[in-house]
Design a binder for this molecule. Sequence first.
Ligand code: MAN
Length: 357
Amino acid sequence: MKVVRYAENPLVQPSDIEPHLEQSEVIGAFNAGTAKLRNETILLLRVAERPVSSDNEHVSAVWYDPDAQGLRTLEFNLNDEALDFRDSRVIRYKNKSQWSYLTSVSYLRVARSTDGRHFIVDKEPLLFPNNRYEAFGVEDPRITQIEGRFYITYSVVSTEGVGVGLAETEDFVTVRRHGLIFPPENKDVVLFPERVNGKFFALHRPVPSGVGQPEVWIAQSDNLEHWGNHQHLIGLREGRWDSRRMGAGAVPIKTDKGWLEIYHGADHNDRYCMGALLLDVNNPAKVIARSDEPILTPTEPYETEGFFGNVVFSCGAVVEDDVVKLYYGVADTAMACAQFSLREILDSLTYVEPGAE
Ligand code: MAN
């Protein structure tokens, strides 16, 4: 399959962005949702900032304190035996009964482009943590245009866990929150762009903590806020690129073969790749075909090296006839884009035997 990465990659990176917080640095501009607004390509970036460390012995975490209704900074000593700093994204207490902190706070900020390659980042965030469920940040937005309005699904992170919020905008200047649509632990919620048999559909990814695995589910709704009729959709595959973790990525694309969903999978080495899934056009809970091999793997230096390397992670694509412009976060650091042929993606899928999934 031909994959054409843009020569301009990475398209947006931390150095392009002024920090929003004082005494802070931008360490990531990644995992952006996409939309077309008139002649503009919109990237709704997940921007991650962290306080600039005062010395080499401490790291700080900043979070929204709902009681004080403002931001607070906590300092952690890197030599503290009670703490585990091995994952660059999280500060964990070895004693599991104490909650973890994130090493950065994420919020959502708009970048705009008229050619899809050169982006200008808005001065202010579109969505900044402002309630207890968003205390540690808002992350990884997906944007679906439904009946003329843009709906944003995004991860909310707090001591209560990771859940999913819904917001709505018309212009990417103002935004209205609808509250949480999936409680913890859940992520990677993507809404279908139109009703099927009169119902709205969403893909979601719960994380069972006892029995069960982080796998993709599908749910239905009459109003986008209340979801039911949950069904398990696809599972992890041992020995493959999606053996450890997975979740929906871009908004499902309606094709003559069915709904094409481009999703992410990670293996046991935490290498994140993108692959695809084909769902029945009239019954999206039915899997027709799936990628045996990923369609995009981290190979370029900007994909293999960064804050958390070996990650390609898409939250949105722009589709024009046969051309799929897949925007994707690289190494939890920056944004890139690669072009695919829709037909080639469809032709690359392996058809699932009835009853096999
Ligand atoms: C994981 C990673 C992080 C993210 C947290 C909370 O650790 O995806 O980037 O901040 O989960 O969602």
